[in-house]
Write a protein that binds this ligand. Structure first.
Ligand code: UT7
Length: 323
């Protein structure tokens, strides 16, 4: 059977670091409140004129370099983002052009913080279905552009950045020892739209609107939904959760990471956490965290890695990969 394996990984962060103390000068908050409630110490924020496509391009180039392939070999670019440069055309086509690609296809995918898991799933299905052989999946966000900087309940939580994977199909045995994506599991429940949304958009207000969130409600659903997705992915592979080597969660809040790990009996050492230095970077958060764990040598060839996320919609999901 055809499976999808990872050829390369890359990340790109804006240079500008904003600490909790910096934010405390703008809104009524404190380093202590932000750290104890979320685990976040600092986040990266795009500079004036720096766009989502710039971050996406940086991550794409790093992933292609890591994969050792040329952009001309890509059949498809998927950019998972909620903060495109323009309402249209897609940020993916901008990246395609800036990579010098003259063939293949490119589109954006919008599933907010679950975007990268959705993007991986689409890429995996297109590779296994034979429509593409080599795919670049990028998670890239400039969440700072969607924030109401007067709303302390949201503006302290998010950050900007991008991460990317180069994926390629290969002929695999078809059992759990195969390298690559073993399965993906996607979920959504549109009834919960009002828990996390923007109060605007092209067809409603003709503006982008600002991010609005009922934090407590999102928190409550997050632990349950993420635990469900992890279990569904492990069950689909017939692998006990305890056999998974690394958990790379969406980095929304350290307390959500801890709560989910506790619910499933996962030891804290197996959970990759970068929330302290990235904040919540929406669709970029999973590939950014994965890149850190690959670079520092924690995630090694043959390891079982479980990626998971949950975000607006609500959307949530998981992907199980043998590295
Ligand atoms: O990526 C998509 C998923 N997003 C998430 O997963 C986020 C999920 N939610 C959360 O992470 C948490 O709910 C928050 C971090 C957003 C909030 O933590 P909480 O423990 O639920 O706090 P809270 O909303 O109950 O607020 C507690 C208090 C309130 O004051 P009162 O009403 O008790 O007087 C808030 O007004 O903290 C106040 N507060 C703040 N104080 C200082 C809210 N934001 C701040 C702030 N600084 N930035």
């Amino acid at each position: 059977m055809i499976r999808t394996r990872v050829l390369g990984i890359g990340a790109h962060l804006p240079a500008n670091i904003v600490t909790n103390d910096d934010l405390a000068k703008k809104v009524e908050t404190s380093d202590e409140w932000i750290r104890t409630r979320t685990g976040i110490r600092e986040r990266r924020i795009v500079a004036e004129g720096e766009k989502t496509s710039d971050l996406a391009l940086g991550a794409a180039r790093a992933a292609l370099h890591d994969a050792g392939i040329d952009a001309g070999e890509l059949d498809l670019v998927i950019c998972c983002t909620t903060t495109p440069d323009e309402t249209f055309p897609s940020t993916a086509t901008m990246v395609q052009s800036r990579l010098g690609m003259t063939r293949g296809a490119a589109f954006d995918l919008q599933a907010v913080c679950s975007g990268f898991i959705y993007g991986l799933s689409v890429a995996d299905n297109m590779i296994r279905g034979g429509q593409a052989h080599t795919v670049l999946v990028i998670g890239a966000e400039s969440m700072s552009r969607l924030l109401d900087w007067n709303d302390r309940t949201t503006c302290v939580l998010f950050g900007d950045g991008a991460g990317a994977l180069v994926l390629q199909g290969y002929d695999a045995k078809g059992d759990n020892s195969d390298q690559g994506i073993l399965n993906t599991r996607l979920f959504s429940d549109g009834r919960l739209h009002d828990m996390l949304y923007t109060d605007g958009g092209p067809s409603s207000t003709r503006t982008t609107g600002f991010l609005r969130m009922q934090g407590k409600e999102v928190f409550r659903h997050a632990v349950t939904n993420i635990a469900e997705a992890i279990q569904a992915s492990a069950d689909a592979a017939g692998i006990p959760v305890a056999d998974i080597d690394w958990f790379v969660p969406h980095q929304a809040n350290q307390r959500i990471l801890d709560g989910t790990a506790k619910k499933l009996g996962i030891p804290a050492e197996k959970v990759v956490s970068t929330v302290a230095v990235h904040g919540n970077t929406s669709a970029a958060s999973v590939p950014l965290a994965l890149e850190v764990a690959v670079r520092d040598g924690r995630v090694k060839k043959g390891d079982l890695v479980l990626l998971e996320a949950m975000g607006g919609g609500f959307t949530w999901g998981a992907a199980l990969i043998r590295w």
